[in-house]
Design a binder for this molecule. Sequence first.
Ligand code: UD1
Length: 314
Amino acid sequence: MTKSVQHALVTGGAGFIGSHLVDALIGQGARVTVIDNLTTGKKENLQDAGSRVDFHEGDIRDRDLLQRLMTGVDVVFHQAAVVSVPLSVEQPLFSAAVNETGTLEVLEAARQAGCRRVVLASSSAVYGDDPELPKRENMPFCPLSPYAVQKMTGEYYAGLYNQLYGLETACLRYFNVFGPRQDPSSPYSGVISIFLDRATAGRAPVIYGDGEQTRDFVYVQDVVSANLRAATEKGAAGKAFNIGTGKTITINRLWQQVAELAGIDLVPDYRDARQGDILHSVAAIDAARQDLGFEPEVRFQGGLAQTYDWYQRQ
Ligand code: UD1
């Protein structure tokens, strides 16, 4: 028996992934509360949700606010984080305060409030550059950045809360998520957001390395459906799941597809490979299929076209 979500709290609900999750939860008829400090999140991401979302600008480390917002919540979707790997390298204490202590605050507040389940956003970063492919959940952690250590620690805490306190937890290891609302403005933004932004401006992209590195790009709507399933499926509790598609594309091919969509012909500016860049990344998604009933539904090209349309409208 699966239970539907009655009242959700989405941390980071004004962010890229969080705001799509808010829209879907509202579409399902759930009551939705959001906490977001708007550091990277944007209120306009919640335009569609409008007055149907109970929005609170605040930090997940504000214990009083968090406890207040958890009242009556059955499922917490913890999406708030300092998501930049390079920023975590530059400012390990700051990113740990949000990603590690903040996650513990969320888990503890959920326990105190008697929530049923917490779904945590984790990352494929926990696998590091172990060359074994595809990545499987039982592979050893190999964190190569403070960000990865923080996500791994969040998973350990989630597992403990599941075991020690009976607070159900499920962790989702996102691979390369893309879609509308992804912010292209930082040099460390997702490559698809950067390429689409360049293409709409008629500017050539930078490709680091020879462009033959591959990634498993998963459309944000599929990540949302993984979250909804992780909130309700009985077999999800106490586990971590890869959320990707199991398919890959090279960065060169990605640019070709973007250029075709935009009807442009610009030669990429090839530069040295980024330090610490991994060559290949792809998810095994058997566990998510089995325990969550997860199946990526958006084909890459369709997702790319929808995302391109969105960037054009910005
Ligand atoms: C992604 C995650 C990161 C996570 C890592 C785990 C994003 C934004 N980042 O990093 O949080 O730790 O997976 O494996 O999802 N590239 C270019 N030109 C550009 C931008 C990027 O060639 O303008 C290349 C990069 O060098 C890289 C690939 O595109 O080889 C993907 O880059 P990016 O989107 O930043 O994601 P990851 O590095 O995979």
